[in-house]
Design a protein. Sequence first.
Length: 94
Amino acid sequence: MNTESQQKYLDKINEYLEMNELKGIVDTIFNTDIANTKRKKNNVEARMVFAKILHDRGATLVSIARFLDKNHCSIINYMNNFDIYFSEQQLKKK
């Protein structure tokens, strides 16, 4: 392994560890498991928040999708609907 490939490998490991740490936080806050494939509202909300945070921090759609065992199109859908969904939820609370 050359130095460049070693660095890429270490970057992927660090990204995975960061995703696992964030998964634990989101799971705790939403009292669910985002790895659960059920489409219950709570699970979907948790996955949307998880994906949004990671995407805002620079993770690729594909890497997020692989972690969640989803297609990258699902992550695009989460991103497109995040602001709409959560703004509507905030309005309902008021």
